[in-house]
Design a protein around this ligand. Sequence first.
Ligand code: PXL
Length: 258
Amino acid sequence: MKIALSIAGSDPTGGAGFQADLKTFNSIGVYGISVPSVLTAQSTAGVSDIYEPPVEFFSAQLDSILRDVRPDALKTGMLYSLEIISVVAEKLRQYSLKNLVIDPVTVSSTGVSLVKNGALEAMRNYLFPLARVITPNIYEASVFTGININSENDMKDAAMRLSRSGAQTVIVTGGHLQGTAIDVLWDGEEFLTLESERAEGEYHGTGCAFSSVITACLALGYDVRESAVKAKEFVWNAMRSAVSLGRGMKILNLGQHR
Ligand code: PXL
């Protein structure tokens, strides 16, 4: 069985974080392993606290599993600090890990910052150059490029600018823009535009699910374009069957797409 690793934050609701990633890997038929980078106290209404375990322990978790198990692909989600990001970069090299997908998480769906000072620069400088794919949404793409994104053309500009950081493929997800939901993929040579209807309402965990499907598909040997098409479809289905678990945002249904 193919194996995918999630290095991401913990979200007790299971709507985002490594819990959502594991459910998604399972749905695609890939065995999921996970190393939590940081813990959040969180409900469907939002993040109320963040705890960063000692970085030595984070590093020990990675060593322990990676000495034993070799993932076919991996993704990163909420990484939170410069120290955590530095360890990830070191371990990627140490264990020659391939098929890295980076979801450059910066802020929660409810607006809470999920990065400390220095983390954005570290992500760009240490991790993007090692990535097969990065999947910023329009907020993240504008934070990293300084481009104000209001249209498909802005998304394309941002994708091209971001690819200069060394990531092989950039996919800017535009679900938060008005109009139809457009994602723009740029591989340094050609654009691919993926379009779907807009699902009305607010959903938690769309970015986690999208990047996890891509990771699982890469583990299975699909190319990046095929993986992106599958991810778009998976997230659309998961939004349409989303559940209202608590009083806050809807949680994607990540379990029923085999
Ligand atoms: O959706 C981004 C995200 C990623 N990872 C964790 C989160 C969130 C949003 O709240 O809590 C752990």
